[in-house]
Design a protein around this ligand. Structure first.
Ligand code: WTA
Length: 674
């Protein structure tokens, strides 16, 4: 409920005014070296090929997968906005990610170099992966999972996470991975919505030098007693004590290790759902974005090959995302394996046991391609150049960025300090909904511009439009839309067809509305300016203001709450909450020493309802919230307060003195920043 549902581009987040002008004035250009360009997977012709015959281009990309039944029809858009790609073909995702490489004689190639946070390691070749995935698929079937059943996965970043996803794909059971940082409540909502019949979890994982528990959250989620879950499959990772529900709980090692290591993959229709992944939207309820098999895999394999210039026999690829996010789906679980890559998987945090851990891993495994988020890069900048300087990073040859706009300084630092002033940097724009990268430089073609994602990939059609849906032209700002269907596009919101059409396809009829503000510079390159809706981007993670508000309001002391994303040097945005307390709680907050307890209790409540990633940086107890005459909260003004700016135009407020009350309250309150 922001003042304008879809906002004005660039006003909800991201730079505006002078900051934007400075950004666009960024004049540095980084063309690929002639040597890089000469060996690149994608050359300039790819744009022309795709433009000449878009559907033919996508069909050719799809034929790079192995189909059990080849498709004859490329796209059926007659039921728009519900697309059907390659619909009469049949294939299996796990077969494409694993078995076909083994059949091609590449069974001994390392698929995964896994490193646990404590330093334990495991290496899985493609042949190992084939056996593991087959065993797990047999075990799932023995537990009653059938094609079409949903399986929730709630795991740390251990090889079993990938094995579990692929085992589901192997039997055509859509997986719904829930990030391990989400709370029991968040897990419960997702299990219910997807009607999952099985949960795969672990006793715990390692984070920041200590084991952290996962199984208790599953127990708590299932204690509601209202889910269709029949079994919980538990990986033993940390050997912590776990509560056990006999008959329901099954150890992974007991069910999987003894299962047959041969399993016939189930070929499914191209449009068979591959996975559901919940993401934040503008309402309190997370959306179950679902992707289907043929189109998604096509987009994953193609983009992974051309954007990272992947050479499967020589590259060592590392995407630092967790499989709980879409980046970990497309660029850890599916893309690299479809392309037969060797990849690094690291369980833990970048500063455990020391701040050079990532660079130590790059050196140890000879990583050649690194894909990470701007928030991580900005953190490394803060830690100082001397940390990476202690390691040999000369193996790196392509660097990627994802999740939020990367500011030119971070881009330049990334290339210079990590990439030795030698590597192309690709800033990749996409979303959970798009399934794969949409807008990005091609490393062997594009004269890279720090801070801009630049141009749609060959095969992708994007535009920046004004309120009326007309292209804005170069030098102008507006809303980012995708103007043609693409294979990896979401096929819907699980169980909510209406919301799918309303959210993405109603604002600009015929176009997919991404929810991002964007500007085209004088060369026609696209600059992403942040969300124009109520979605925040904290450390590259999507969070909904409404979802956090709902969590706060569910606390017995809270009468009303408004949440904004305030810009933050490291995390991009940070959660700042403005809360009106109920009368009885106000007294409590006013007592000496009690005020901070109120704030602490509210923060803990948000962690309980959603998870640590949603924890507000500050909670400000206020007497009133700024509202328009029609009762809408003016978040713009709250953002001014949260970002310590002079409060902007208040003339549309129902009560113009509210902002003074808020400022006065803040100065006098013990409950200022938590
Ligand atoms: C933002 C993550 C600018 C954007 C893959 C988008 C970006 C949202 C970029 C999707 C980028 C992602 N530059 N903004 N390179 N990449 N975003 O669904 O606001 O977690 O709408 O997918 O992240 O977040 P999601």
């Amino acid at each position: 409920m922001s003042e304008t549902p879809a906002g004005t581009p660039g006003t909800t987040a991201g730079p505006s005014g002078d900051a934007l002008e400075n950004l666009l004035a960024e004049g540095r250009r980084f063309p690929p070296s002639p040597e890089f360009a000469a060996q690149a997977n994608a050359g300039p012709d790819l744009y022309a090929d795709a433009a000449a015959d878009r559907l033919g281009f996508w069909a050719a990309r799809a034929r790079e997968l192995t189909w059990e039944t080849p498709f004859t029809e490329v796209l059926d858009w007659s039921g728009a906005p519900r697309a059907r790609w390659f619909a009469d073909g049949r294939l299996n995702a796990a077969y494409n990610a694993v078995d076909r490489h083994v059949e091609a004689g590449l069974g001994d190639r390392v698929a995964i170099h896994w490193e646990g946070e404590p330093g334990d390691t495991r290496t899985l070749t493609y042949a190992d992966l084939q056996r593991e995935v087959s065993r797990a698929a047999n075990a799932l079937e023995a537990l009653g999972v059938r094609t079409g059943d949903r399986v929730a996965i709630y795991l740390p970043l251990i090889p079993e996470a990938i094995v579990a996803m692929l085992a589901c794909a192997r039997i055509g059971a859509p997986h719904s991975v829930v990030f391990g940082g989400f709370s029991a409540e968040a897990l419960h909502t997702r299990i219910l919505d997807a009607e999952a019949s099985l949960v795969i979890t672990a006793d715990g994982g390692y984070r920041r030098g200590a084991p952290s528990a996962l199984k208790p959250a599953v127990d708590e989620a299932l204690a509601h007693g209202d889910t269709p879950v029949r079994h919980v499959l538990v990986v033993r990772r940390t050997a912590q004590d776990v509560d056990w529900t006999p008959g329901r709980d099954v150890w992974w090692h007991e069910a999987v290790d003894g299962a047959a290591d041969v399993h016939a993959p189930v070929a499914v229709e191209a449009e068979h759902p591959l996975f559901i992944l919940y993401t934040s939207g503008t309402t309190g309820k997370p959306k179950g974005i679902f992707h289907t098999t043929g189109g998604y895999l096509t987009q994953a394999a193609y983009t992974h090959s051309v954007v990272f210039d992947l050479k499967p026999d020589t590259d060592v690829y590392w995407c630092t995302a967790d499989v709980g996010w879409v980046t970990g789906h497309t660029y850890v679980a599916y893309g690299p394996l479809l392309n037969g890559a060797t990849q690094v998987l690291y369980e833990g945090t970048p500063d455990t046991p020391h701040k050079g851990r990532w660079w130590e891993l790059v050196q140890k495994y000879g990583v050649t391609i690194l894909y990470t988020a701007p928030t991580a890069i900005r953190t490394f900048m803060k830690w100082g150049e001397d940390v990476p300087a202690r390691f040999d990073l000369s193996s790196l040859r392509v660097l990627g960025s994802v999740g939020e706009p990367i500011n030119p300084e971070a881009w330049i630092w990334y290339r210079r300090v990590i990439g030795g002033d030698r590597t192309p940097v690709v800033d990749t724009w996409w979303q959970t909904e798009t399934g794969g990268i949409m807008i990005s430089p091609l490393p062997g073609v594009t004269r890279a511009k720090p801070g801009s994602a630049q141009v749609p990939l060959p095969g992708v059609s994007a535009e920046v439009v004004n309120e009326a849906g007309e292209p804005v032209g170069n030098g102008r700002g507006g809303y980012l839309v995708l103007t043609e269907p693409w294979p990896g596009m979401l096929r819907g919101i699980w169980g909510d067809e209406r919301r799918f059409a309303d959210t993405y396809w109603s604002r600009f009829p015929g176009f997919y509305f991404a929810g991002d503000g964007a500007k085209k510079d004088d060369d026609g390159d696209v600059w992403l300016l942040g969300r124009v809706d109520d979605v925040m981007n904290v450390s590259g993670h999507r969070l909904s203001t409404t979802e956090i508000e709902s969590a706060l309001v569910s606390h017995p002391w809270v009468a009303e709450a408004a949440v904004v994303g305030a810009s933050d040097e490291t995390t991009g945005q940070a959660v700042v909450a403005f809360v009106i307390l109920r009368a009885d709680a106000v007294e409590r907050a006013d007592e000496p020493g009690e005020g901070s307890d109120v704030v602490a209790s509210l923060r803990a409540h948000v962690v309980h309802e959603i998870g640590p990633i949603a924890k507000p940086r500050s909670i400000l107890i206020v007497p009133e919230l700024p509202k328009t005459r029609s009762g809408k909260i003016m978040r713009r003004l709250l953002r001014d307060v949260a970002e310590h700016r002079t409060v902007g135009d208040v003339t549309t407020l129902a009560d113009t003195s509210v902002m003074d009350m808020i400022s006065a309250g803040l100065h006098g309150s013990a409950a200022a920043p938590a």
